[in-house]
Design a protein around this ligand. Structure first.
Ligand code: ATP
Ligand code: MG
Length: 601
């Protein structure tokens, strides 16, 4: 067992003044909401396709609003590099997504065939995504920063039929590999300007001349809608298959975990190349009829504060890496901006250090609500529920409709089975593998072309997430580490997260990544890589001081024995610290799949 629970609970629970907190009034009681909730009850909040023709994400996100009083409201508002904005109302989005679906139909792209994008966060990406769903085809967004090889791998695995991209990206990343992709029949350029590259088409022209739209295709709950690749934090990215019914979960979790109201101005900072940018950058907010902000640029502290203030953002969903970056820049940077509209802040993607939750209150006037999910789960599963208290350092509790458990693991890290039933951890504060009972609507239905890998995720009626966690006596879950990242040292099981969080409490430490390195006596010893705040020098004295600081908090068995200063830690494009890469470099081993590694700017 790790010492994590003791260190984490040093941070006091943040109680919300429920009376003064404008949440959906029916959500205040967590237990009552969980008891009353069924996924069918959530489905009743959706429209379904007219004439009982099934369920389609794009219809729920766009069409039903375009036909109602929200038609003229901004659905997506894009902030350009110079700070100016361009918006698509629900009515605009209705019209453009119909056109895009018509274009696909005219090109002969069929139901179930895959349409990829390789684009920055510009309107065409969002129009293409929803238009593809209206054609009953499957959408797969890629990060525009991917190099030619990751693009080729994913297009090949997904048998991409059409690709939407820009001229520059096509020349640099697609043209060199095009010959290796015989299934890719159509490449549509968003900026062809009347003169497409050889072998490509001009999307704007096709949109202008699109045949009249014959109506949204019939799709059923279980029809494949999205293909999303995982972040590749632990190895080769997997293509997770999601179906139209996922929208039921986006709708429910948008309410429970993000507290979306129709008059919200909401901003999710994630790129759709990562599942968060699709599930919560597009689908959840539009299903709730809110205005969703999209920043076309990259992370920058001053720019982000400006957007929060100028756009009067009310609900903000971001990631620990971004919050740590803002923290590194200092709370003073926030002070010059009017953040008074902001009423709810949430984070996902990596463990959120308690330090950051509490700092949020100073900087934004709001604590940060951590929540947990994966590409595979398609939507938020565990969350510091919108209406109740926050426990800094905890991911929160399972959302209504989600059944979570901890599966006991043996010495080798394998799930313990009794006959075919998984043995569950029931005592508080004991580590197990986080598991979910299958059956929620946004659950992945497979890894594309990897059935065996998919089947290996299920044991004794549970979906195993690969993450280790603990649960406290009140049912809050505390992240310990990814199964692969956990360190075994002299009989202790050490979660990198708690060591990193303790290090971050030292005033000099901005970020930390912790790994185990082999040791003949202890099995493994803890090594930390540390990024310093501006103004601190990486001296030997500081190194010893930080190690001493961690020993006091964590005890000598858990604190790092080795500490190295780093300019920047390697991370994925979705912002996760890549401990496997730190370890491979430390041990001089091959770096493995690096297709999703962020190249420092
Ligand atoms: P891959 O599966 O390819 O190795 P990945 O797991 O990073 O990559 P994602 O699906 O983007 O791909 O990320 C999900 C994982 O991110 C979770 O399994 C968990 O390890 C981590 N994570 C997400 N949210 C949280 C959170 N709130 N606290 C701790 N960890 C989190
Ligand atoms: Mg994963």
């Amino acid at each position: 067992m790790t010492a994590g629970i003791e260190s984490a609970t040093r941070w006091p629970t943040i109680h919300k003044d429920i009376a003064g907190f404008p949440v959906q009034p029916n959500l205040v009681d967590y237990d009552a909401t969980c008891a009353a909730f069924t996924w069918d009850s959530a489905r009743r909040g959706l429209s379904g396709l007219p004439g009982g023709r099934g369920l389609n994400i794009a219809y729920e996100a766009v069409d039903r609003h375009a036909a109602g009083p929200h038609a003229a409201r901004d659905a997506l508002r894009f902030v350009r590099a110079d700070g100016t904005t361009r918006a698509l109302t629900y009515a605009d989005l209705f019209e453009q997504t119909n056109r895009f679906a018509s274009v696909l139909r005219a090109l002969g792209v069929e139901r179930g065939e895959r349409v990829f994008s390789l684009l920055g966060r510009i309107p065409e990406l969002y129009v293409a995504m929803l238009g593809t769903l209206k054609n009953a085809s499957v959408f797969c967004p890629l990060f525009s920063a991917f190099g030619p090889e990751p693009v080729r791998q994913r297009l090949h695995l997904g048998a991409g039929r059409a690709l939407i991209t820009t001229r520059a990206l096509y020349r640099k990343k697609v043209a060199p590999i095009r010959a290796e992709l015989p299934e890719l029949l159509h490449v549509l350029l968003v900026d062809a300007d009347g003169a497409p590259e050889p072998g490509t088409l001009d999307l704007a022209e096709l949109m202008r001349n699109a045949p009249e739209f014959g109506g949204i295709a019939t799709t059923h709950r279980e029809d494949m809608a999205l293909l999303h690749f995982t972040s590749g934090t632990t190895g080769t990215p997997k293509g997770a298959i999601h179906v139209h019914d996922a929208v039921t979960a986006h709708y429910a979790t948008g309410r429970f975990a993000l507290d979306l109201h129709p008059d919200d101005i909401y901003w999710c900072t994630a790129d759709p190349g990562w599942v968060t940018g699709t599930s919560y950058g597009l689908i959840a907010p539009l299903v709730h009829g809110v205005t969703s902000i999209v920043d076309e640029e990259e992370l920058d502290a001053d720019r982000w504060y400006r957007i929060l203030a100028e756009q009067r953002v009310t609900v903000w969903y971001t990631a620990p890496t971004a919050l740590r970056m803002l923290m590194k820049a200092g709370a003073d940077r926030a002070r010059g901006h009017d953040l008074s509209a902001l009423r709810f802040v949430a984070s996902v993607g990596e463990p959120l250090n308690p330090e950051v939750v509490v700092w949020g209150q100073e900087a934004f006037g709001q604590p940060v609500h951590d929540n947990w999910w994966q590409t595979e789960t398609g939507g938020i599963m565990i969350s510091n529920y919108a209406a109740t208290e926050i426990r800094p350092g905890s991911m929160g509790r399972p959302l209504p409709g989600v059944e979570a458990a901890l599966v006991a693991r043996d010495e080798q890290g394998k799930p313990v089975l009794h006959n075919i039933t998984a043995v569950l951890v029931t005592d508080p504060d004991v580590v197990g593998e986080l598991a979910l009972r299958p059956g929620w609507p946004s659950m992945f239905r497979g890894y594309l072309n990897e059935e065996a890998r998919y089947q290996r995720c299920f044991v004794g009626g549970w979906y195993l997430t690969g993450d280790l966690a603990k649960r406290d006596a009140d049912g809050y879950y505390w992240f310990v580490g990814r199964g692969d990242d956990v360190i075994k040292s002299s009989g202790h099981l050490i979660g990198p997260f708690e060591v990193e969080s303790s290090l971050m409490e030292h005033e000099a430490v901005a970020e930390a990544g912790v790994i185990g390195v082999p040791d003949p006596v202890a099995g493994e010893i803890v090594k930390a890589f540390v990024e310093l705040h501006a103004g601190f020098e990486p001296t030997d004295a500081l190194r010893l001081e930080i190690i001493g600081f961690a020993r006091k908090r964590l005890g000598p068995a858990v604190a790092p024995r080795l500490l190295e200063f780093a300019e920047s830690l390697p991370r994925t494009r979705s912002g996760k610290i890549l401990r496997r890469l730190l370890k491979a470099r430390e041990l001089g081993l091959p770096e493995g799949d690096t297709s999703t590694v962020e190249v420092p700017r």
